[in-house]
Design a protein around this ligand. Structure first.
Ligand SMILES: [Zn+2]
Length: 502
């Protein structure tokens, strides 16, 4: 076979302050920069689904035709312009190749939680446009993020769909490999697998989705047990996407689904997994700490600990739509007189420029950060000492993005009292210890770390952490979905585990 492959990833928080423009996709932000054609092969060493897919099909003697791979950091809606240009490029390649009969199947590396300005279900719409060209017989397989809000349209229009099983997402490439296996099995048997899907009737906060903790760890454990217990001829593939609970459209929410060539075994496995997820619903509740309480607790623990206490500033996580600029946690550290503390990454291009202009050793008086869209947040006007400068170029070292090169623009290490602030010119979720080291902060030696991240940081930081607390300082990402001003959810959906009904 020759397989047309393309990637288009965005996680949309429809409540977030900033949209994803075409330029956001060109830069890639948290993702690799946009690549097209043969340059997609540059991703073969990166932990992204398309690399796992390409490696697997090539190892089985097949070829691929890459179109484009484009992803942008989580934010508000994808602009109409960005969506139409990128989706249009994929559909055009589908058309041209179809007319020339140059490919036999299609693989799409999608997120599953993309909302564009003009389209609620970004991925479903893309699949519909592709099906309109290639018809119902063309084999199409799709891989999705664990945070996908999976729609009926996505599942119906693809022959098979698989999702990540880890959060932090250390299995992105492996999910691409599983999509490839399914495609090869479909091709070998010459038939489409059965599909069974069930929607979970409540939203799950992202902070309780970490597969390094319960209950999520147990759910994916059962998923794999069920797959292994099925007869090999059943070809059972199960997925659970707990969803992204900040996209205001009717199909936002968790979905369990399975594919296989024996309908009964797919149904039984999906029902068993659904029961494990729904009972008891309370297992998904999260406890959040207030900033002042969390900082005081961290300072007490730090008196005797040899490892850092980590506070997750989850509501300003750029990975879920924050801009990485809220000041609530820094204010809490300063108010408590915290020592040997560091916070990262604060995205403030003007502050980084001021630090570079002033030079190392200088004192600068600036208004740092501040998210204008957050009522309880404001810039922190104060004097900071410039301790170090950096070009912001580094290579990720942790398990999630290992080996990926990054460029956060001009960066600086600023000191205020006992707190070091890592300031960047581009926003990115703090999920890797090298993001501190790029400005000369050794995270392992700090007493307190404030990471602007929800869960992804755990992959690289849990092994060095004395304790981890999830903190709710004012920010654009509302960690408890029950507090969001929903307007378009499915009626009857519970807004949090055992929470109020929409
Ligand atoms: Zn995700």
């Amino acid at each position: 076979m020759n397989i047309l492959v393309a990637g288009f990833q965005h996680e949309t928080n429809t409540f977030a302050p900033t949209m994803a423009s075409y330029e956001s996709f060109v830069r890639g932000e948290d993702f690799p920069a946009m690549v097209r054609g043969d340059a997609v092969y540059d991703l073969l060493n990166v932990n992204v689904p398309i690399s796992g897919f390409i490696h697997h099909v090539r190892a089985h003697g097949h070829t691929v035709t890459p179109v484009i791979w484009a992803g942008a950091g989580a934010s508000a809606h994808v602009t109409t312009d960005a969506y139409e240009r990128i989706a249009g490029e994929i559909v055009e390649a589908v058309k041209v190749g179809h007319a020339a009969a140059s490919y036999d199947a299609i693989y799409l590396d999608l997120h599953g939680a993309m909302v564009a300005q003009h389209v609620d279900d970004g991925e479903g719409e893309l699949l519909a446009r592709i099906r309109a060209v290639v018809g119902p017989e063309m084999r199409i397989v799709v891989s999705l993020d664990l945070h996908a809000n999976v729609t009926e349209q996505m599942l119906t229009l693809a022959d098979a769909t698989v999702a990540y099983r880890t959060y932090p997402h250390v299995d992105m490439a492996d999910t691409g490999r599983r999509a490839a296996e399914l495609l090869l099995e479909i091709e070998r048997l010459g038939t489409r697998p059965y599909r069974v899907a069930r929607r979970v009737p409540f939203l799950i906060p992202v902070n309780s989705m970490s597969t390094m903790m319960q209950p999520t760890q147990g759910v994916y454990g059962l998923l794999e047990v069920l797959e292994q217990a099925a007869a090999p001829s059943a070809g059972l593939s199960l997925s659970f996407a707990p969803g992204f609970p900040a996209a205001d459209f009717p199909e936002c929410g968790p979905v369990v689904w399975g594919h296989g060539f024996d309908r009964g075994s797919v149904e039984r496995a999906v029902e068993a997994l659904l029961a494990r997820i729904c009972e008891p619903e309370a297992q998904w509740a999260v406890s959040f700490e207030a900033p002042d309480v969390a900082v005081r607790h961290a300072m007490t623990v730090a008196q005797t600990a040899t490892r850092p206490v980590i506070l997750a500033d989850t509501q300003d996580n750029p990975g879920v739509g924050g801009d990485g600029n809220t000041m609530g946690m820094l204010r809490a550290l300063l108010a408590a007189g915290a020592e040997d503390a560091a916070i990262g990454i604060v995205c403030d291009p003007a502050a980084a420029a001021a630090a570079h202009h002033a030079g190392v050793g200088a004192k600068i008086e600036i208004a740092l950060g501040g998210c204008p869209q957050v009522a309880d947040d404001a810039p922190l006007r104060a004097t900071f000492e410039v301790e170090a400068l950096s070009d912001g170029k580094f290579v990720y070292g942790g398990p999630m993005m290992h080996g990926k090169a990054a460029d956060m623009g001009p960066m600086a290490r600023l000191r205020i009292d006992g707190v070091l602030v890592a300031v960047s010119s581009a926003k990115a979720q703090l999920l890797d210890r090298n993001m501190y080291r790029v400005v000369g902060i050794e995270p392992d030696r700090m007493k307190i770390l404030v990471n602007k991240s929800s869960v992804h940081f755990r992959a690289d930081f849990a092994p060095i952490a004395e304790e981890i607390l999830v903190v709710r300082a004012p920010g654009p990402f509302i960690a408890d979905p029950a507090e969001l001003p929903w307007q378009h959810l499915q009626p009857g959906m519970r807004l949090s585990p055992n929470g109020p009904t929409f």
